[in-house]
Design a protein around this ligand. Structure first.
Ligand code: ASP
Length: 484
């Protein structure tokens, strides 16, 4: 089968990304704490992480090569394991977990493993590379059996998806392969050992022209493999970006960036061109997913922008996630809208609650006693609302209500289930009069009753609580009011 070459990334899309970078991170050296000399080097390299669908088969990996060779700054490539080629396909990582589970139960995993082997053979054959695949597969299979028999966890098995893909991709790109176990280190308690990791990455990747570092895993002090949580190749990319002092962390996936709203609810929403790390946190917390939550911290710390790009549409500039320089223009625009259903609001009322020392602490101690965390805590003069997610409160609601009655003797306490929260987020919203009025006007115009309002102190977001059945209409009304 002939494969259509991936469209080349145009000078225009690269220029667009550079311009966004220049505008929002004008002095990256300052954020990174680099000397002028190393700043020069830092300005010249990117880390490009490719997600599972971007490396799912040989055709996709050819697109990856076109992207990598289009810009010599793309020096550090972090691949995931082969993901789904279609909606009913299997992720290699899932199959590897299954192998471990079979082995752990003393069952044969030959059949599942042969599916995995077949995928890699197919990729390697089509790309005409052979990194000694047979020997690697055999060693992996034996080790999965050994690890499971020794009663160890599934991390080794799961990590081999990235490892084997990395070997093949390194061969195809003619790049140097680095085992992530030698670069990414966890401490005895399974937390990233930052000092050691950044030191090793800095030392071992220094001066390398083109490197492939498989995503998702590293090693524990005893040398055994440990993975990040699922989707963790994003974290590897961020850690490598920080370790090498990259100028940009590119995250290549199958969408052209983050959308302003969920496309299942709002028709054809715009792509967000630029947002700050803080805005991303707000939107991600409320359900917008594009990057692993933990991937933000390493790059944020170092002030490295993240560029979400589409492997199938390399011309699209994607979304740029930037540090934000504190001088954002208050344009009256919003960045995005996100929301989540399945919340319960517990409303407490007690006259003179504001004058009672320790009232809030006692309320929260009831939640703590029942192991329930809260999401928001909007309060009025004689009222306080506890917004908790249903996954936390289910099965405990009656006990919590009773606990509150006993502990703080409220005038009334009432739970409203089936609430949805919607966050309207934007750095351009702050200090602009009338933003809240516009939002509430849009909702009242759509006949939606607002049950709760919470505005973050940063004025970066306004969160409203509505009944679950108003969730979708509310999202559409807000989008229409602010975007059109
Ligand atoms: N392959 C791993 C997973 O499926 C990690 C990743 O793709 O980021 O979770």
């Amino acid at each position: 089968m002939r494969v259509k070459e991936a469209p080349r990334e145009t000078a225009q899309s690269q220029a667009g990304a550079r311009e966004a970078l220049r505008r929002y991170n004008p002095r990256p050296g300052q954020a990174l704490g680099l000397t002028l000399l190393s700043l020069e080097a830092a300005m010249q390299c990117r880390v490009s992480k490719f997600g599972g669908t971007s490396v799912a088969d040989a055709d996709m990996i050819r697109k990856v090569k076109a992207i990598v060779t289009a810009d010599p700054e793309r020096q550090f490539i972090v691949p995931s394991a082969p993901g789904k080629r279609s909606s009913d396909d299997q992720k290699v990582t899932d199959l590897l977990y299954l192998c471990h589970e079979h082995a752990r139960q003393g069952l044969s995993f030959d059949e599942v493993f042969s599916l995995i082997a077949q995928r890699y053979h197919d990729i390697a054959k089509k790309l005409e590379v052979d990194p000694g695949l047979d020997a690697h597969l055999q060693a992996v299979k034996q080790e999965i059996a050994r690890v499971a028999a020794a009663g160890q966890g599934p991390d080794y098995a799961a990590s081999r998806g990235e490892y084997l893909n990395g070997l093949i991709i390194a061969g195809f790109l003619e790049a140097e392969f680095f085992d992530a176990a030698d670069l990414i280190h966890f401490d005895d308690r399974g937390r990233l050992d930052e000092d050691k990791t950044y030191r090793e990455i800095g030392e071992k990747l220094k001066g390398v022209k083109l490197a492939v570092v498989p995503g998702f895993y590293g090693s524990l002090p005893d040398g055994s493999v440990k993975t990040f949580s699922r989707g963790g190749s994003d974290i590897t990319g961020a850690v490598v970006a920080r370790g090498v002092g990259a100028s940009i962390y590119e995250n290549w996936t199958d969408v052209s960036g983050l959308l302003m709203a969920d496309p299942r609810i709002v028709d054809n929403p715009n792509t967000i061109q630029t947002l700050t790390y803080r805005e991303l946190r707000e939107l991600a917390y409320m359900g917008a997913t594009v990057l692993h939550d933990e991937a933000i911290f390493p790059v944020r710390h170092a002030g490295i922008p993240v560029n979400i790009r589409n492997t199938n549409r390399p011309d699209d500039p994607g979304t740029m996630i930037v540090p934000g320089d504190g001088n954002e223009k208050h344009t009256g625009t919003i960045t995005g809208i996100a929301g989540r259903k399945d919340f319960t609001v517990i409303a407490l009322e007690k006259a003179m609650m504001n004058a009672q020392v320790g009232f809030g602490r006692r309320v929260l101690s009831v939640l703590e006693d029942h192991g329930v965390s809260f999401e928001h805590l909007p309060s009025g003069i004689d009222t306080m609302s506890l917004v908790v997610s249903d996954s936390q409160i289910n099965g405990k609601l009656d006990d919590v209500l009773e606990g509150l009655r006993v502990e703080v003797h409220p005038d009334s306490v009432e739970a409203t289930p089936q609430m949805a929260l919607i966050a309207t987020v934007g750095r351009g919203m702050s200090h602009i009069p009338g933003m809240a009025a516009k939002l509430f006007g849009a909702l009242s115009g759509a006949g939606i009753n607002i049950r709760m309002i919470d505005q973050g102190s940063s004025e970066l977001n306004i969160i409203v609580g509505v009944h679950a059945e108003d969730f979708e209409p509310a999202m559409r009304a807000i989008y229409k009011a602010f975007v059109g």
